[in-house]
Write a protein that binds this ligand. Sequence first.
Ligand code: ADP
Length: 260
Amino acid sequence: GERLDYEARLARSGPNEVLAVVRDVTQQKQLERMKQDFVSAVSHELRTPLVGIMGFAELLLEDARLDPESLEFVQLIRESGLRLKNMVDNLLDTNRLESGRFEVNRRRVDLTPTLRDVAAAFRGVAQLSGIAFEQHLEPLPLLLADPDRVGQVVGNLLSNAFKFTPKNGRVTLRARARGGRLRLEVEDTGPGIPPEQTDRLFQRYGRTRSALERGIGGTGLGLYISKAIVEAHDGHIGVNSVPGKGSCFYVELPLEGGRV
Ligand code: ADP
């Protein structure tokens, strides 16, 4: 809209007006820059106390003197801290995406250890929330990827799956290599997503109506960032969902010589 508007006005205007429009755009860029600096400063400030909370929660978890009830409270402190840390990290990443400073460093790796580590971090969540967590990880060939960033995507998908799945439900993580591509799946038995809303979820701040209505926390940034990461890998991210039954988010990454 901005550009068209500028060109239309340019066609109709004298030199002074052109100058005014150019100044307008500069001002908008400046504002955008200020917003980015602000978000970045706040996010970094939030991280410091969070590291303290999480660090001492970890220490307490290893304290053998804790009774079972206190132990559960400490676990809850840690899970909430993790969620908050995730949100802060997402804000920082969105900032980096918007200012072109988002980095993806691909190298030849086996993603299996990454997947195992990320999955292990969710064992506590599964236990606390009474959700079964299944993993089907087949041996994977090497591929060109940034393991931290792929781990971030899988972590985000798992975090969503556990957030939306009710007690006694199930979350399944799968990884396999087939036909020149690596396929990762995170399936849940949550509420599912109406088909007409699935595209929106991968956009910035995109959330389903039901998540908004039921007041489920979130920023709508996780899938937006995940999509950017997957596309930086020449891959594809999507979801198959049956409302009322559950969702299956999938990521496909090209193996060497393969295509997605
Ligand atoms: P956030 O979870 O912080 O809101 P995401 O970008 O990760 O941000 O997710 C965007 C939205 O997609 C969520 O708010 C929710 O509406 C929907 N969504 C994501 N994962 C699931 C899921 N497993 N089941 C149902 N809805 C989901």
